[in-house]
Design a protein around this ligand. Sequence first.
Ligand SMILES: NC(=O)c1ccc[n+]([C@@H]2O[C@H](COP(=O)([O-])OP(=O)(O)OC[C@H]3O[C@@H](n4cnc5c(N)ncnc54)[C@H](OP(=O)(O)O)[C@@H]3O)[C@@H](O)[C@H]2O)c1
Length: 397
Amino acid sequence: MGLFRLGFQSHRLHLLHSVPETVSVSRSTFWVQNLTHNKIIKHFALPSSSTLRSKLVIAKALSTEAGAVSQSTKMVKAIRVHEHGGPEVLKWEDVELGEPKEGEIRVKNKVIGVNFIDIYFRKGVYKTAMPFTPGMEAVGEVTAVGPGLTGRKVGDVVAYGGNPIGSYAEEQILPADKVVPVPPSVDPIIAASIMLKGMTAQFLLRRCFKVESGHTVLVHAAAGGVGSLLCQWANALGATVIGTVSSKEKAAQAKEDGCHHTIIYKEEDFVTRVNEITSGQGVEVVYDSVGKDTFEGSLACLKTRGYMVNFGQSSGIPDPVPLPALAAKSLFLTRPSLMQYTATRDELLESAGEVFANVASGVLRVRVNHKYPLSQAAEAHADLENRRTSGSVVLIP
Ligand SMILES: NC(=O)c1ccc[n+]([C@@H]2O[C@H](COP(=O)([O-])OP(=O)(O)OC[C@H]3O[C@@H](n4cnc5c(N)ncnc54)[C@H](OP(=O)(O)O)[C@@H]3O)[C@@H](O)[C@H]2O)c1
C-alpha cells in the first residue's frame, strides 16, 4: 500500500495511521490523498451530526477501502488529448490503469500502429469524450485477465485494430473479444503495422467490392499505409492496378508494390491519365481515401456500373453528392468503415486470419518505414499529416 494522508476541509492534514483523536473537525467532508502519486483519490461527505469519534472511525474504514482501490490502480505513461488541435495537443502524461473487469484483459503494448483516423480524432473531425488517449491499433503481451475469463492467459501476444480508442499507452485495458492472437511467425512490429490497415485492405478488396482477375482498379494515396497493401493485394488478385501518389519517390514505391501504372496527381490530371491507360473504358472500382480533392475525379474515372468506394478523407470531407451524378453511369457509391466489417467475432477472426496468412505467404510485404518513441507521437502525427510518410508508421513504448 502507498503512503496515504487524511485531509479535512479545514486543510489539516495528518498521516492516516497517526490521526490524533483529539483533532478538532469543524467541517464534515474529508479526503484521502495518495502521497506516492500526489493525488486525491477519494472524497467523502459525513453527516454533520457525526461525533468526532464516529467521523474518525468511518474515515479510517473508508480510507482503507480507498487504499485498496489505489493499490490495484497502477500508473502508466500515455499520450493524452485535452483539447482538439494540431500535433502539439498530444501530451505525454501519467494515467491510472485499473484491473481488467469481466470480459477484459490488460495488455502491455510492444508496438502501436499510427493511423490517419488518429488525426481525425485529434482534430475533432471524429468525436470522443475528453480527455482521451488516441490510437486504435497495437500489439502487446497480456499482463492480467479479468475474473472468470477463459481463452486468454497472461503472456499471450495479442493484436487489435479498431475500437476501442486508447492504444497510445504503455499499457491498456481491452475487451478480450476485440483482440486476436498473433501467430509466432509474425514479428510484433509487422503485426502492429498491419492489423487495422491490413484488415481495411481485406474488407475493401474482398467484401466491399470483390476484386477479380481482369478488373482494373484505381487506388489513391497508393504509397500510404493502407494504399501500399491495397496495391499489393489487388495485384495478387489479378487486377490491373493504377495508383496515384504525390511524388516520384512514392511512385517508385507504389511500382514495387504492384502498381502497373502510377500517376503523380500533384503534377498530372489523374482523370485524363486513367482515361488514356484504360483506352476510355474507365475502371471497375476506385478506392478513394483522399476525399475532397479527388472525389469528383474518381467518379469520372469509373466505367458504367462501377463502384465508388470512398473510405477516408485525408484532404477533407467530400462535398455532398447529387444523385444524378451517379445516374449517368448507374454507379454504386459506398462510404464503408472497418468497424462495420469486423463487427462480429467471426468477421474479425476471418479478416485478421486472411491478413496474417497473406503476410506468411509473401503476398503482403509490410513496409514499416517510420518508427517513433511513443512519447514523440506528435512528431509522427505531423509527418503523417504533412504527407512525409509512406507505408506504415509505428510508435514504440
Ligand atoms: N474506412 C475505414 O474503415 C478506414 C480504415 C483505415 C484507414 N482509412 C482511411 O484510409 C486513409 C489512409 O490511412 P493511412 O493511415 O494508411 O494513411 P496514409 O495513406 O499513410 O496517409 C495519408 C496519405 O494520403 C495522401 N494525401 C492526399 N491528400 C492529402 C492531404 N491533403 N493531407 C494529407 N494526406 C493527403 C498522402 O499520400 P500522397 O502524398 O501520396 O498524396 C498521405 O501520405 C485515410 O484517409 C484513412 O482515414 C479508412
